[in-house]
Design a protein. Structure first.
Length: 154
């Protein structure tokens, strides 16, 4: 996976995953479910045009609108969706004790963190510097871990 990935530093999530591993259970099925959940939520963000905290993305600046307007005055693409390549490159990879969720295009990083000329349009993290999930994503991940953890101790 090339492009952008962020390490999630969520102590609650990491502690729950650690408990699952300490019980001697393979975390890979839970990690795969987490990867699928986060992919699904990112796809929803392309539709809702909101970040992981539910904050709407900034609209295009006038220069960007002009650049993405065809000769007849119609728009070519929408916010964050020109060719669909970035969204189509979204994937996850399960590792021994982690799951990587990211994009296969390098320019995804500019959208995730923003630039001096472009507002951030987050897809993966609520805060890319802290590496935190949005509240809804964290709840979903914790629910998956609870389900796997409770089945691991039954």
């Amino acid at each position: 996976m090339i492009g952008v990935t962020f390490d999630i530093d969520d102590r609650q999530v990491l502690a729950a995953l650690d408990r699952l591993v300490k019980r001697g259970h393979d975390p890979k099925p839970a990690l795969d479910d987490i990867g699928n959940l986060l992919e699904s939520r990112v796809h929803q963000r392309f539709d809702t045009k909101t970040d992981p905290g539910g904050v709407p993305w900034e609209h295009w600046k006038p220069a960007t609108v002009k650049r993405h307007t065809d000769k007849e005055g119609g728009s070519i693409g929408t916010l964050l969706i020109m060719s669909g390549a970035m969204e189509q490159s979204l994937s996850h990879e399960v590792r021994s004790r982690s799951v990587a969720v990211g994009f296969g295009v390098e320019y995804a990083a500019y959208h995730e963190v923003g630039t001096k000329h472009m507002e951030r349009r987050g897809l993966l993290t609520a805060d890319p510097e802290a590496g935190t999930l949005g509240d809804g994503d964290q709840r979903g991940v914790m629910e998956i871990l609870r389900r796997f953890y409770s089945s691991a101790i039954e």
